[in-house]
Every structure is written in structure tokens, then in C-alpha cells.
Design a protein around this ligand. Structure first.
Ligand code: MN
Length: 407
């Protein structure tokens, strides 16, 4: 269905029409930060509009974080979304609502919620295969567990930062395979990983697993996520307990959280799972998401990873994360792992694009990269089918590399 657009100027066809309505936290001048929703190139200041409409969730709009709204649960998310859709679609609301639209250029967007626990998965068959080939060239690229469970690790919640936060090149122990011993210093193999992040709203009880069918009761929405990675630190430290300092220095997320309800027409079949997953991981199709990601380095598109190629689905990640009885908290964030498709131009990291540094890639300015240089700016963007035709534009996430502190 097309032709049903918001009265807000510029919203139609922008990827930010009434079928999207992502949430964020903004600061305007010296006012306290609070919750807003994006429509076109404006932020709707929800607290005053909610107060005048006597919306029950109005208290959650005045918070400096999405956390109270996320904790309010699925029926509240649904009623707030219905209210907002009506406000921004019905031209008779314009007089009352328009004074609370702030141009995006006049606000600062903040980290949308404090991250509780952060888990990063490894759900792309192509990414896991590529990394296996490079890190363990003498053995099978996929370890025996990979097709039985969504492999993941616990990351560092306290270093999840908002889009635009500069990323300081990390220092650490680096050891090339040919080196006899490691040295300490700035990472020489700094990389991005293009991922989606799934944001938990509704908590769960300790000791009670969350089945795949309950995914939409718990997950509030989706962000873009850049899992910055220092490959030289990672390759030396990761055996046998997994990623640590090569990952924990920073993870960037988009300021806008796309509500799960906005992705109702974005569900797509998974590529196919063999062997058949164990019963607790079996999903009804379609369980994947048709989201197209683009990665830019200094403005040049370097990759277009397709999320629909991911092997494990978001509901399977959540079911696996809780199958041992681990409970969810509001603000938990779990990420997909690097999104890499089958083609060279669909790989979601420089490690894969340059094949471990062997094949430099060329940017539009003629310069080449194997890994990130100081001053480089990486931006992830993505689109998904919208419920009214056209495509939604997910919130971008960007970050620029600062030189390492002197070691
Ligand atoms: Mn990752």
C-alpha cells in the first residue's frame, strides 16, 4: 500500500515515514535529554505531546534513556506506536503536533539506552568460514559446533558507545605468525564489523528459557552495530577462551532503534539449515530479515552485506542465549556477528575484504586499505522493506579512528 504518508514535510519516500518511527534520545539546547521519534528529518519531542494527549506512557518519554519505554513491554510499545502513527498520519493533528517537531540539525543524538549485557554472535556462515580459513589455515574452517548452535561470546557492555563517538586505536599485545614473541603497541590491523544489534526490552526470569516463539515479546527493536576489532590483538589472545581485548575497546551503535513492529514485512526465509537444529532452536519460517547493509569508508562504499544471508536467525540467538536459564534484563544487547554474503563485495569486515591484508581495496580517492588508518571514518547504513511499500532507512552508525595514545 503506497500513497499513505505523513503530513510532515519531506517524510514521504524518505525512509522515515509513518511506517518506520524509530526511537532515540536527543538533547535540544540546554534542555534535559528525552525520548524522541524520527519522522522525515525531524525529531518529534514525545513528552509534551504525550502529556497533552494523556498517554499513559508519557513518564517514559521524559526519561533520558529509552529504558523505561523498553521495560514497559510489548502491549505498551504497540499502543504508543498506534498513537504515533495516527498523530503523524492524520492532517487534523498537525496544528497540535507541529510545534513539537525539532529539525534533526538542531538536536544532539545520544546513546539511546544504557547497555545491560552485551553478547556478540557469529551467525554468518560465510564470515565464519572466511575467518576460519585465515586464522586456522591448516584445519576445517568451521569448527564442529558451528552448525549446531549460534556461537557467541560475552562482550563489554560499558564500552558500547553512540554513533559519532571517536574510536581511539587500541594498544595491546600483537604477534604475527612469523614472530617469535609478541610486542606491545598500537594495533596494526584495526577493523570494523558490520552487524545488526537486537535490543531487549522485556526481561525474563532467572532459570526460565525464552523459546524462539517469544522473540517478539522480549525484543524492542534493532540497531546497526559496528563491532570494532583489532585483528592482531584478537589473533594472539583468542585461544582458548575467545575474543577479549581485541574487541572490548569499543562497539558503536546507531542512535535510532527501529521498533520490531516496523519490520513486519521484512521477515524472509533463512538460507536453509543443515543438519536440522535441535528442537529448542527450530523456528517457523520466515525467520530471517531482508535488510541490506552498506559499509562506507571515508564516503566510499566498500561492502554491501545482505542480512538475509545469515545462517542463524535472531530468534534462535535469543533462544540459545537463554536456554541454560540465563535471564534477560532490559537493555541487553545481542549482535548478529559480522554480516558477510557469498560475494566479495558483500563481506562485512576489512579482514575478509582484503583477505587478511593480502589484497588491498581501493577507495574512491584512489587510496588503498588493508586495515583502517588513523582518521578513517566508517559508516554503516541499512534499508529494509517498509509495511507501506518503499524501504525504511535504519539509523546510521559512524565512527572515526583517532591515533593511539603513545604506548
Ligand atoms: Mn563481531
Amino acid at each position: 500500500m503506497t500513497g499513505h504518508s505523513s503530513w510532515v514535510p519531506g517524510a514521504a519516500g524518505s525512509g522515515h515515514d509513518v511506517d518506520h518511527l524509530p526511537y532515540g534520545v536527543f538533547a535540544h539546547h540546554d534542555d534535559d535529554p528525552r525520548v524522541g521519534v524520527r519522522i522525515g528529518d525531524f525529531v518529534l519531542d514525545l513528552a509534551p505531546v504525550g502529556a497533552s494527549d494523556m498517554v499513559p506512557e508519557t513518564d517514559t518519554f521524559a526519561a533520558p534513556t529509552l529504558e523505561p519505554l523498553m521495560a514497559a513491554g510489548r502491549s505498551a510499545w504497540s499502543s504508543v506506536r498506534d498513537w504515533l502513527t495516527a498523530l503523524l498520519y492524520d492532517p487534523s493533528e498537525r496544528t497540535a503536533v507541529e510545534p513539537h517537531l525539532l529539525p534533526l540539525s538542531e538536536v544532539r543524538l545520544l546513546l539511546p539506552f544504557p547497555v545491560a549485557d552485551y553478547v556478540d554472535f557469529y551467525c554468518s556462515l560465510e564470515h565464519a568460514t572466511n575467518v576460519g580459513l585465515m586464522f586456522r589455515p591448516d584445519s576445517e574452517p568451521l569448527l564442529p559446533n558451528w552448525r549446531y548452535l549460534p556461537v557467541g561470546y560475552h562482550g563489554r557492555a560499558g564500552t558500547v558507545v553512540s554513533s559519532g563517538t571517536p574510536i581511539r586505536r587500541p594498544c595491546g599485545q600483537r604477534k604475527a605468525p612469523s614472530d617469535a614473541a609478541p610486542t606491545y603497541g598500537p594495533s596494526r590491523r584495526l577493523d570494523f564489523e558490520a552487524e545488526l544489534g537486537f535490543v531487549v526490552g522485556t526481561p525474563s526470569r532467572l532459570g526460565v528459557a525464552v523459546p524462539v516463539a517469544d522473540f517478539s515479546d522480549h525484543v524492542f527493536g534493532v540497531t546497526l552495530l559496528n563491532d570494532w576489532s583489532a585483528r592482531d590483538i584478537q589473533a594472539w589472545e583468542y585461544v582458548p577462551l575467545g575474543p577479549f581485548l581485541g574487541k572490548s575497546f569499543a562497539t558503536s551503535i546507531s542512535p535510532w532503534v527501529t521498533p520490531l513492529a516496523a519490520l513486519s514485512t521484512a521477515w524472509a526465509p533463512l538460507p536453509g539449515q543443515s543438519p536440522e537444529p535441535l528442537p529448542y532452536l527450530q523456528v517457523a519460517e520466515p525467520a530471517g530479515l531482508d535488510i541490506d547493509v552498506a559499509v562506507r569508508c571515508n564516503g566510499s562504499v566498500v561492502s554491501r552485506p545482505p542480512y538475509r544471508s545469515m545462517y542463524w536467525s535472531p530468534a534462535q540467538m535469543l533462544a540459545h542465549l537463554t536456554v541454560n536459564g540465563a535471564s534477560l534484563r532490559t537493555g541487553d544487547l545481542f549482535a548478529s556477528g559480522t554480516i558477510s554474503g557469498a560475494e566479495l563485495g558483500q563481506r562485512g569486515s576489512l579482514l575478509e575484504l582484503s583477505w587478511g591484508g593480502r589484497d588491498p581495496i581501493r577507495l574512491d580517492d584512489g587510496s588503498t586499505r588493508t586495515f583502517l588508518e588513523d582518521g578513517d571514518e566508517v559508516t554503516l547504513s541499512a534499508t529494509a522493506p517498509g509495511a507501506r511499500g518503499g524501504r525504511l532507512r535504519l539509523g546510521q552508525v559512524t565512527g572515526r579512528i583517532l591515533p593511539a595514545d603513545d604506548p
